[in-house]
Design a protein around this ligand. Structure first.
Ligand code: ADP
Length: 596
C-alpha cells in the first residue's frame, strides 16, 4: 500500500476531535495557566532575593511567600483538571473511532476478511488506537504548550538580559534540525514496529484457534519457532526504535545543558560587571531550568506524534476500504411473507478477487419454490462458492441470481439475508449463551419458535446442558462436539422459517444415528422452503427432489439421483468415492465402502 504523505491521516482524525473541541481547548488553557503559575515562582524568587533578602525587610517576606504558595496550589489544581478533562476527551475520541472501525468491519464483505489477517485488525483496533489516544490526550497538548512555554520563557529571558536571552533563543536552531532528522528516520521504524505487532498478534490468534491441529500434528515446536522468529523480529525493530529515540533524547539533553553552562558562565561575568543583579541571574537560571523539561519532552512528543501518524495511516487503510457488497441506491426491502422462493442462477460466473481463473462459469440452474436441489461435485468444483453467492457473501462477477425474478442485488441486503438462511460446514458459535447464538439472525423469535427449531434440528440436547439455553458455549464457554455444533447451527438457520435455505454440507459431523434423525427433521423443514443443499455424502441426497452436478465450476447435469446415476459415469464415480451407502435401490451405484 502506498504510504500517504506524512501526517495526512493524522490530520484527518480532526473529524473525531471536533466534538471534543471544547475539552481540547480547556485542556490547553489549563495547561497554559498551570505553566504560567509555575513560571511566576522564579519571578517571585527574584522579587524576594532582590527585595526583602537584599534590604533585610522581613515584613514583606510573608505575603510574597504566601503568594508563591498560592501559585503552587493553583498549578497543582489545574494539572488535576487538565488530566481529568484530557482523559475524558481522549477516551471519548478513542471509543468513537473504535466503534466506527468495528461498524465498518461488519459492513465489509467476506472478501475483505479473506485478504486481511485477524491479528492486523485486532492490533489496529487496540494498539494503534491506544497510540492515537496518547497523542491526542498528552502529546498534542504538550506539543502546543511546550512550544508556547519555550517562546514565553525566551521572551522573558530576552527581557531580563537580552544578550544571554539571544543565546537561549539560538539554541532552538539545532533543536529544530535534530527533530526534523529524527522524524524522518522514526517514521520508517515506527511503521515497521506497528506492522510487526499485527503479524505477531495474527500468529498468536491462529495458534490459539488452531491449538488442536497444532497439538495433534505434534507441531508445537514448529509453531513456537515461528513465533520466536516473529517475536525476535519485532524485538529487533522495537530495539531499533528505542535506539533511535535514545540517541535523539540524549542529544536533546545536551542542548539545554550546554546552554545552561554558557549562561552560568557569562551570567556570572555579567553580574561581576554589574550588568545583571544576583536575583536577576537566579531568576534567569530558574527560568532556564523551566525550559529543560519542555525540550527533553519534545523527544517523547515527536515520537508519539510519529507513532500516532502511523497509527492513523493504519486505521484509515481499513476505514477507507469501500464495502464492495452494499445496497445499491434505490433498492427495496423484500417482504418475507410475499416471497415464493423461486431461485434461479442465470449464467452465473464468479472469480475470487485477485485470481485470474474463474471458480464458476456460466452456471444455469432453476429451483422451483419449495423444491430442494442437492449440489454434488468433486472437492474444489465450487459448491461452497456457489452456495455463498445466494446470501451475497460474495457477489457474482457475471450473470445474475434471481429470487422470484428479482436480482438479489436489487433488494436490501438485510431483507435478503432474512429470507435466505444459511448453515455452513464449519458451524461458528460465539462465546455467548445457546439462546443468544440461536437468536443471532432472528432476535425477535419466540420461545415456541426456538423450541420448534431445536426439535427440528434434533438439538434438544441443549436442555440437558448445565444451564439449559443459558449455558455459555463457543470460544470461552462449554465445548460442544462437532455434531452438536452442527445441529445448533442448523437450528439457528431454521428458526425464522426462512423461505430459502442454503445448507453447506450440514450433516458432515453427525454420527450415523443422529444423521438419520436430523435428516428426517430436515426433510420436514425443506418441504416448506426452497432448498439448496451442498452434499458431500450420498445419504443426504435423499433429501433432495433433484440433483445438480457441478464439474469444474459449471453445472453439467440436472436430474433425479437415479437419472444421473444412469447417465453420468463421473457422477457415479464421485459418489462412490464417498463413504456412505446410497439410499437408493440401485446396485450399480453402491459404493464399496471404506473410509475416504
Ligand atoms: P467445493 O465446495 O466444491 O469444495 P469451493 O467452492 O470451496 O469448492 O472452492 C472452489 C475453488 O475456489 C477452489 O479451487 C478453491 O481453492 C477456491 N477458493 C475457495 N475459497 C477461496 C477464497 N476465499 N479465495 C480464493 N480462492 C478460493
Amino acid at each position: 500500500m502506498p504510504a500517504p504523505p506524512r501526517f495526512r491521516s493524522l490530520w484527518r482524525v480532526r473529524t473525531y476531535v471536533r466534538p471534543y473541541l471544547g475539552q481540547m481547548v480547556l485542556m490547553i488553557v489549563t495547561a497554559f495557566v498551570g505553566i504560567g503559575a509555575g513560571i511566576l515562582v522564579p519571578i517571585m524568587t527574584k522579587a524576594v532575593i532582590d527585595g526583602p533578602v537584599a534590604s533585610g525587610e522581613r515584613s514583606r517576606l510573608l505575603p510574597l511567600g504566601l503568594l508563591a504558595l498560592l501559585f503552587g496550589v493553583i498549578e497543582a489544581f489545574l494539572a488535576f483538571v487538565r488530566r481529568w478533562v484530557q482523559s475524558y476527551a481522549a477516551l471519548g475520541i478513542e471509543s468513537t473511532i473504535r466503534n466506527d472501525l468495528y461498524a465498518h468491519l461488519q459492513r465489509l464483505p467476506v472478501a475483505f476478511h479473506d485478504k486481511w489477517q485477524t491479528g492486523q485488525l485486532l492490533s489496529r483496533a487496540t494498539t494503534d488506537l491506544g497510540v492515537l489516544r496518547r497523542f491526542l490526550g498528552f502529546g498534542l497538548v504538550f506539543l502546543i504548550t511546550n512550544i508556547a512555554t519555550f517562546l514565553t520563557i525566551v521572551a522573558l529571558l530576552v527581557n531580563l538580559y537580552w544578550p544571554l536571552g539571544l543565546v537561549v533563543m539560538a539554541s532552538a536552531l539545532p533543536l529544530m534540525w535534530l527533530s526534523a532528522s529524527f522524524e524522518r528516520e522514526y517514521a520508517e521504524v515506527s511503521r515497521r514496529v506497528q506492522d510487526e505487532q499485527g503479524d505477531l498478534a495474527t500468529h498468536v490468534e491462529e495458534a490459539a484457534t488452531g491449538i488442536r491441529v497444532v497439538k495433534a500434528f505434534g507441531r508445537r515446536r514448529l509453531v513456537l519457532e515461528q513465533y520466536e522468529t516473529r517475536a525476535r523480529s519485532l524485538h529487533d525493530s522495537a530495539m531499533a526504535s528505542v535506539g533511535l529515540r535514545a540517541k535523539f533524547w540524549s542529544l536533546l539533553d545536551v542542548i539545554p545543558n550546554l546552554t545552561l553552562g554558557t549562561v552560568l558562565l557569562f551570567g556570572a561575568l555579567a553580574v561581576g560587571r554589574g550588568d545583571l543583579t544576583v536575583g536577576g541571574l537566579v531568576a534567569f537560571m530558574s527560568l532556564m531550568l523551566y525550559l529543560v523539561w519542555p525540550i527533553e519532552a519534545l523527544g517523547w512528543i515527536l515520537a508519539t506524534a510519529q507513532e500516532a501518524s502511523t497509527a492513523a495511516d493504519r486505521l484509515y487503510e481499513v476505514l477507507d476500504t469501500v464495502p464492495s457488497i452494499a445496497d445499491r441506491p434505490g433498492v427495496v426491502a423484500l417482504a418475507p411473507e410475499s416471497v415464493r422462493g423461486a431461485l434461479v442462477f442465470e449464467g452465473v460466473s464468479f472469480a475470487y478477487e485477485g485470481t485470474a481463473e474463474p471458480v464458476l462459469r456460466d452456471v444455469r440452474l432453476s429451483i422451483e419454490p419449495g423444491e430442494t436441489v442437492a449440489l454434488v461435485g468433486a472437492t474444489g468444483s465450487g459448491k461452497t462458492t456457489l452456495a455463498s453467492l445466494v446470501p451475497r457473501l460474495y457477489d457474482v462477477t457475471g450473470g445474475r441470481i434471481t429470487l422470484d425474478g428479482t436480482d438479489v442485488r436489487d433488494v436490501t441486503l438485510e431483507s435478503l439475508r432474512r429470507v435466505v438462511a444459511t448453515a455452513f460446514e464449519e458451524p461458528i458459535l460465539f462465546s455467548a449463551s445457546v439462546r443468544e447464538n440461536l437468536l443471532l439472525g432472528t432476535p425477535g423469535a419466540s420461545d415456541e419458535d426456538v423450541a420448534e427449531a431445536l426439535a427440528l434440528a434434533q438439538a434438544e440436547f441443549v436442555h440437558d446442558l448445565p444451564f439449559g439455553l443459558d449455558t455459555r458455549v463457543g470460544e470461552q464457554g462449554l465445548s460442544l462436539s462437532g455434531g452438536q455444533r452442527q445441529r445448533l447451527a442448523l437450528a439457528r438457520a431454521v428458526i425464522g422459517k426462512p423461505r430459502v435455505l442454503v445448507l453447506d454440507d450440514p450433516l458432515s459431523a453427525l454420527d450415523v444415528h443422529t444423521e438419520a434423525l436430523v435428516e428426517e427433521a430436515l426433510s420436514r423443514v425443506l418441504r416448506g422452503t426452497t432448498g439448496l443443499v451442498v452434499v458431500h455424502r450420498p445419504s443426504t441426497i435423499a433429501l433432495a427432489d433433484r440433483v445438480a452436478f457441478l464439474e469444474n465450476g459449471t453445472i453439467t447435469a440436472v436430474g433425479t439421483h437415479s437419472e444421473l446415476l444412469a447417465t453420468h459415469p463421473s457422477y457415479r464415480s464421485i459418489l462412490s468415492a464417498a463413504s456412505e451407502p446410497v439410499p437408493e435401490p440401485e446396485p450399480a451405484g453402491r459404493p464399496s465402502g471404506g473410509e475416504p
